[in-house]
Design a protein around this ligand. Structure first.
Ligand code: 5RP
Length: 235
């Protein structure tokens, strides 16, 4: 179907698929691959899984979330851990915002801690996104900050002092969202981030913060799908 005739949700899904298809071209047999999380990464994992299951692609993987690992395993992708393998050849993951210099906000799906661990262990970290994720400045998407539950009120106060409005993330049923590591997420809205590395350093210094969703100087390439083409942006 022509892109112009699709509704917004279908269009976004089609763009995510395009970015994921392009990312699949980067995978070579023998690689150890990092699997991201979220809807775009999920599309990519399914494409990768089909290559493994139906076309004999030989890879090993480490996932950034329990959901992604479960999905990968359902296609027969073999998984390793950091005891067995310290470094990944390539990680493909989505992003909530992509700013100049490939500064990212991630963690909309709550998996930012493992995503950052996996990305940091990767020789090449490639972002897949549709064009709606591109921004000039980070911060319209609330910045997720993963916190130790006990420290949440203290960290919230410190984030407020920076100008953020932090809100504890909840599930649809109103219960608190718990990360794969048993922590809480504070979604921090209300501040367009002029100085990402300065803000990152301040959040890093807050006791009780486990990780935040600013991914700076980490991505090597972003594959941004638009209606006409997939644009490659490098750092
Ligand atoms: C999950 C993430 C996702 O990569 C990010 O939220 C983008 O997700 P989507 O591809 O569904 O828009 O960081 O923690």
């Amino acid at each position: 179907m022509a892109m112009a005739t699709l509704g917004n949700t279908d269009k976004q899904a089609a763009l995510k698929l395009r970015a994921a298809q392009r990312a699949l071209e980067l995978v070579e047999s023998g690689m150890t691959v990092g699997l991201g999380s979220g809807s775009t990464a999920t599309i990519w994992i399914k494409l990768l899984g089909e290559k493994v299951r139906d076309h004999g692609l030989k890879i090993r993987a480490i996932a950034s979330s329990e959901d992604s690992e479960r999905l990968g395993k359902s296609y027969g992708i073999p998984f390793v851990n950091f005891d067995e393998c310290r470094s990944l050849d390539l990680t493909i993951d989505g992003a909530d915002e992509v700013a100049p210099g490939l500064a990212l906000i991630k963690g909309g799906g709550g998996k930012l801690l493992r995503e950052k661990i996996v990305a940091s262990a990767s020789k090449r970290f490639v972002v897949v996104a549709d064009e709606s994720k591109q921004v000039e400045k980070l911060g319209r998407f609330p910045l997720p900050v993963e916190v130790i539950p006990m420290a949440t009120p203290l960290v919230s106060d410190s984030l407020r002092e920076l100008g953020f409005t932090p809100t504890i993330r909840v599930n649809r049923d109103g219960t608190r969202y718990i990360t794969d590591e048993g922590n809480l997420i504070l979604d921090c809205s209300g501040l367009l981030i002029e100085d990402p590395s300065g803000i990152a350093a301040k959040i890093d210094s807050m006791v009780g913060v486990v990780e935040h969703g600013l991914f700076l100087d980490m991505a090597d390439l972003a594959l941004i799908a638009g209606e006409q083409q997939v644009i490659e942006r490098s750092s």
